[in-house]
Design a protein around this ligand. Structure first.
Ligand SMILES: [Zn+2]
Length: 160
């Protein structure tokens, strides 16, 4: 039995905030705004896992009005989703994702991001794909107003 899930997220970019994607700090003059650490990629992957299980999304489980999650490290949410996945008897088959960011180029960070997400998912990095695209100078991403991420995940039932 397989289940597929999709996650999508966007955060505004402003000066004076860190930019964290997939748990990795990105050197950038602009950072992402959010209640937590505003890690759009980790939020998208988390939502994809929760979506595959039809368990709502991050906001269902971690209210953004809750002071506990202010500037929280988003891997807390990802590990929670992995825990739910295991409890429901599923494991990761693979993850594919895309980050849309105009600057800087993410390619130098991609392997570290894949490794970090794979560790949180308790799988090999070869099962986690992270692709980086720019906004070609148009739209909110292209105008450096936002960072967006999308992720899709396939789960299968754990053999028992
Ligand atoms: Zn988010």
């Amino acid at each position: 039995m397989f289940r597929i899930g999709f996650g999508s997220d966007i955060h505004r970019l402003v000066p004076g905030r860190p930019l964290i994607l997939g748990g990795v700090g990105i050197e950038s003059d602009l950072g992402a705004v959010g209640h937590s650490d505003a890690d759009a990629l980790t939020h998208a992957v988390t939502d994809a896992i929760l979506g595959a299980l039809a368990l709502g999304d991050i906001g269902t489980h971690f209210r953004n009005s809750d002071e506990r999650w202010r500037n929280a490290e988003s891997f807390i949410f990802l590990r929670f989703a992995v825990g739910e996945m295991k409890q429901h008897g599923y494991q990761i088959v693979n993850v594919d994702s895309t980050v849309h960011l105009e600057q800087p180029k993410l390619q130098p960070y991609v392997d570290e991001i894949r490794k970090g997400i794979a560790d949180a998912l308790e799988v090999e990095a070869s099962l986690v794909s992270v692709k980086a695209k720019t906004g070609e100078g148009v739209d909110a991403v292209g105008e450096r107003e936002a960072v967006r991420a999308e992720a899709i995940v396939l789960l299968c039932r754990t053999e028992t």
